[in-house]
Design a protein around this ligand. Structure first.
Ligand code: NAP
Ligand code: F7E
Length: 346
């Protein structure tokens, strides 16, 4: 059988790192696009990067950028992939309010650039678009699924909304095998440091071991459906192995507030936390009566997504996919990784 070739944009990010490992294990040849940066940005994939001069290498990196059609076209023509996973994005919601144009260029038009290449170069290439639960924004229903209306609440979400619809349009107009995965928050030891789960866990470990005194956060009352990235990349792959291209919600069906996530992390780290005050004035206090958590408006968004909770009936039915990792294990995985990185024990 002919070897499958995957091309991953955003290969240096959290999901890119998990998906690369997953596809290599499945026997794929994996190519990734990384953008040039003045400091190294490959720490998440360094462990799998073979010497490309070795004849048996199955993992290759190429310089390219989602804002640069010429580089994308060159890479797609050279690699001749059977599947493209478009994971690259300016993916931070808060940052998208500060860089709305760049976010749109990378996250929305970037998707269009890849779809155009597929349409013009080889329509047999299967395409995965990294969609998001942020599309639901303000939702009237408790659970969100593939039929829940969208309500973009950030430049990030508006950009992803474009990417979602342009993927469907190219599927319908040009008969491409193109799917949107509408993924709810997923985390892991590889998560970027400024996303709330990693920030909380890293911050609380630093406080416990005397490296830092306080953790400053934003809105502690928003609720999220948090899964493990390792489980979610399998769903991306499954979507491209189906007979028909379809869009799927991927989630755990369980929801916690940011405040509850802090409490669960404290429990795992044996930190006794109590709360004083409300809203932006809420403070987390430890056993010794010291304030270890405070809120600052700097970390609030101009418009917030208050509550997200996914229903994965469709993914269960068509993909036979279910999340495997409970939140307690997710927190433990990140704690273990952070402790190792910070060289602290106990
Ligand atoms: P991430 O860790 O922020 O990774 C984003 C990747 O995109 C990085 O490799 C980044 O490169 C790359 N990138 C950014 N701008 C680029 C550009 N102009 N050209 C080329 N590459 C660029 O995100 P993630 O958590 O792995 O998420 C993967 C995808 O799923 C993203 O599209 C995200 O929006 C979406 N998503 C994520 C979640 C989640 O909870 N994680 C949920 C739903 C959807 P650098 O390493 O150089 O920064
Ligand atoms: O925020 C609140 C914040 O930045 C979660 C991205 O992967 O998932 C992610 O977007 C919640 C929000 O993730 C801080 O206001 C409080 O309500 O970890 P986050 P996100 O915005 O949900 C979706 C599905 C994506 O698609 C995105 O790419 O936590 N929060 N205090 C904070 N958030 C951050 N970052 N920092 C804080 O200090």
């Amino acid at each position: 059988m002919k070897k499958k070739i995957a091309l991953i944009t955003g290969v240096t990010g959290q999901d890119g790192a998990y998906l690369s490992r997953f596809l290599l294990k499945k026997g794929y040849i994996v190519h990734g696009i990384k953008r040039r940066s003045s400091s190294l940005n490959t720490w998440r994939i360094d462990g799998i990067y073979d010497d490309p001069l070795k004849t048996k290498s199955k993992f290759f990196l190429h310089h390219g950028d989602m804002t640069d059609s010429l580089s994308l076209e060159r890479i797609i023509k050279m690699v001749k992939p059977s599947e493209i996973y478009n994971l690259a994005a300016q993916s931070h919601v808060k940052v998208s309010f500060e860089q709305p144009e760049y976010t749109a260029n990378t996250t929305a038009i970037g998707a269009l650039r890849i779809l155009e290449c597929i349409k013009n170069f080889d329509k047999r290439i299967k395409y995965y678009q990294a969609g998001t639960s942020e599309l639901f924004g303000v939702s009237k229903s408790k659970f969100q699924d593939e039929n829940t209306p969208f309500y973009a609440r950030s430049p990030y979400s508006a950009a992803k909304l474009y990417a979602h619809w342009i993927t469907i349009n190219y599927r319908e107009a040009y008969n491409l095998f193109a799917c949107n995965g509408i993924l709810f928050n997923h985390e892991s030891p590889m998560r970027g440091e400024t996303f709330v789960t990693k920030k909380i866990i890293s911050g609380l470990i630093k406080i416990k071991y005397g490296i830092e005194k306080k953790l400053i956060l934003g809105n502690l009352y928003s609720k999220r459906d948090w899964g493990h990235a390792k489980d979610y990349v399998e769903a991306m792959w499954l979507m491209l192995q189906q007979k028909k291209p379809r869009d799927f919600v991927i989630a755990t069906g369980k929801q916690y507030s940011v405040k509850k996530f802090i409490e669960m992390t404290c429990k795992e780290l044996n930190i006794n936390i109590s709360w004083k005050g409300k809203g932006i004035n809420i403070k987390g206090i430890n056993e010794q009566g010291k304030i270890i958590i405070e809120c600052n408006k700097k970390y609030f968004r101009p418009t917030e997504v208050e509550s997200l909770l996914g229903s994965t009936k469709k993914a269960n039915k068509y993909l036979n996919w279910k999340p495997k990792t409970p939140i307690k294990k997710l927190i433990k995985d990140i704690i273990d990784f952070e402790k190792k990185s910070l060289k602290v024990n106990g």
